[in-house]
Ligand binder design. Structure first.
Ligand SMILES: [Zn+2]
Length: 102
């Protein structure tokens, strides 16, 4: 009888623990839902024109960066991650791979 009583007590304790976890999970879900709503609102606040401008500028920056690297390379410097800025003699596999990537 003592053993059975103990087993029931343990089950009871587990249920209480589980309920606690369910409660904190529910709070977490509520928090995530609120955050989701707020993020959606922020997303709508960014106009299509702004998004387009950011994309255009990003492309321009990327192109300029690539052009500068190409220029540096043609002037005889490594542009690869391994020897960046060092004098280039002949050709470098890494630099060539880097230039081809874009
Ligand atoms: Zn190189």
């Amino acid at each position: 009888m003592g053993q059975l009583y103990q087993a029931i007590t343990e089950v009871e304790e587990n249920i209480i623990k589980l309920l606690g976890e369910v409660k904190s999970l529910r709070q977490y879900v509520e928090y995530l839902e609120e955050e989701n709503v707020s993020l959606k609102r922020q997303l709508c606040a960014v106009s299509e024109a702004d998004t387009e401008r950011v994309q255009k500028n990003a492309a321009r920056i990327q192109k300029e960066a690539h052009d500068n690297l190409e220029k540096l390379y043609s002037e005889g410097f490594h542009i690869c991650h391994i020897y960046f800025g060092e004098n280039l003699e002949g050709s470098c596999l890494f630099c060539n791979a880097f230039l081809r990537k874009d």
